[in-house]
Design a protein around this ligand. Structure first.
Ligand SMILES: NC(=O)c1ccc[n+]([C@@H]2O[C@H](COP(=O)([O-])OP(=O)(O)OC[C@H]3O[C@@H](n4cnc5c(N)ncnc54)[C@H](OP(=O)(O)O)[C@@H]3O)[C@@H](O)[C@H]2O)c1
Length: 267
């Protein structure tokens, strides 16, 4: 069945939505570029000036004071750092019909409901910058309709049943830089042996990204692919066993548990 364009305002042409960003930093910018390329009308707050100016100049975003961003938008993305929300949100006037998308790690729905009242339509999600080119899974808690309409199918929306589950997905997102760090160690080791660090970085990155992009995503695929490689007597099995026996998996579990607690102290 054909996807129906999301259109809050019946006067808006071609399913275009009026979208406002509160906080125009690292994660807002790729979302704005993705949405502007699809013809949505975007308003952004001025700070960070270099980012908002570039979004205005190159992608047609309208830069405005925060309340003007709210007043001119139907969908509001909250992209502030958690410690900034109490400086910004309490002084703003939200509307009951605002649809709120929060990307702010660890800001609970009851806090959002208080700060954004009378708005009551919320979704919390976890974008990563590569959403701009597609392929970013968007774990989402709340009313996922807006996310589906704006970002899918390029970026698949993965609904989750609770805030605790969403926070666990945040922790897994933090695994990405952890894995990059491991890969950098491997690439450095390769560069030390070849005296060609640039080629070592390229080979390591291309190897892992090429492998992952060819892989299935079904439940069990990770273990299946690992076991297909790490068979008896192979250097692959030597690698997986050494990492396990020398504590790499214990370290990962411990980091995930600590991050999970930080995001959700009640868990
Ligand atoms: N970065 C990621 O990959 C990522 C991924 C998923 C979720 N998140 C979440 O996204 C949120 C933002 O992260 P970020 O990395 O994008 O941080 P960031 O780059 O620091 O963006 C925050 C933005 O808010 C602006 N700001 C601060 N005070 C403001 C005010 N009073 N009025 C208007 N704007 C104000 C900042 O401007 P100044 O620069 O002038 O201070 C900055 O542009 C965080 O809650 C984080 O958990 C980030």
């Amino acid at each position: 069945m054909a996807r129906r364009p999301f259109c809050l305002d019946p006067r808006s042409p071609r399913g275009m939505s009026r979208i406002g960003f509160i906080g125009t930093g690292h994660i807002a910018a790729p979302m704005v570029r993705f949405l502007a390329a699809r013809g949505h009308e975007i308003r952004v707050t001025r700070r960070s000036q270099a980012v908002s100016s570039a979004l205005a100049a190159d992608h047609g975003a309208i830069v405005a004071d925060t309340q003007i961003v709210l007043d001119g938008s139907d969908i509001i993305f909250l992209c502030l750092r958690p410690h900034q929300i109490n400086d910004v949100l309490p002084s703003l006037t939200f509307r009951a019909d605002h649809k709120i998308v929060s990307v702010m790690a660890g800001i609970a729905s009851d806090t959002l409901a208080t700060l954004c009242a009378p708005a009551s339509d919320f979704v919390q999600t976890i974008p990563l910058g590569f959403l701009e080119i597609g392929g970013c899974p968007l774990a989402a808690f709340g009313n996922t309709t807006v996310l589906e309409a704006l970002f899918a199918p390029e970026n698949p929306v993965v609904p989750v049943a609770s805030e605790t589950a969403l926070n666990a997905h945040f922790a897994i997102c933090a695994m990405v830089p952890g894995l990059l760090d491991m890969m950098q160690t491997g690439a450095n080791w390769l560069g030390d042996h070849t005296q060609d660090p640039a080629a070592a970085d390229f080979f390591t990155t291309q190897l892992v990204s090429g492998f992952l992009s060819a892989m299935d995503r079904d439940h069990g695929a990770l273990a299946r692919e690992r076991d297909a490689l790490a068979t008896d007597g192979t250097i692959s099995l030597q690698m997986t066993q050494t990492l396990r026996t020398q504590g790499a998996h214990d370290a990962l579990h411990s980091a995930l548990n600590a991050i999970g607690k930080r995001l959700d102290p009640s868990s």
